[in-house]
Ligand binder design. Sequence first.
Ligand code: PLP
Length: 260
Amino acid sequence: MKGRVLIVAGSDSGGGAGIQADIKAVTAMNAFAATAITALTAQNTEGVHGVVPIEPAFIAQQIEVVLTDIGADALKTGMLHSAEVIAVVAASLKKHAPGVPLVVDPVMVAKGGHRLLLSEAEAALRDTLLPMAALITPNLPEAEVLAGFPVRNEADMRRAAERLGELGAKGVLLKGGHLEGDTVVDLLLHDGRFERFADPRIKSKHTHGTGCTLASAIAAGLAQKMSLLDAVARARSYVRQAIETAPGFGRGHGPLNHAV
Ligand code: PLP
């Protein structure tokens, strides 16, 4: 085992997304996962049935006690629920883990349509957390909110990634799965260069938690001192295999196979 990752995110009782996916992905990458839980969700493959936010001061306490004892080689944020939580998390990470690479998965809405971030907190995510990110990993709807314009094709994706870079993210992995077509294109913008990943679309409804899993697997790579490019490439290949071998549990969007 190599590399410590502190994950700041919400719990998914269904085990497919959120903290549960994060821990499984980091473990599968042979790194160590610690967590600060921001919210509990009562959730299954059919959707989010309830949310209980955790007291912001208690989120800060989880972060503090982990970082002042165990420490971290990389950080990952997922569901943050509110502007207040974003402010507290940003301040705690700055205080206790300055300079540690941060992967921000700008979680906003679950696949079933349930809001995981209040809409009034979107500006806080863009203005407070995005500038701290070594990498931000938006899907297209999230990129549209953060960049402030519609993203309908690959040229728009490039413009949106550049915009998020201008807003302060060091790296941007813009995931193109929401565009139609048999090929899925993801764009990685880092050090002023674009890397283009294109793969055949895997036709499956069992894609719950893909975003959480990808971002956490990348954070594990950064914790292990891989280059950003290598960490992204390894994480993408892991997520593809995890979708391809998904067990098909539940009546809705089922979980991945994190144990590939
Ligand atoms: N539940 C929690 C707690 C999450 O953090 C996420 C992450 O995006 C989701 C659900 C959404 O998962 P999906 O959109 O893959 O269904």
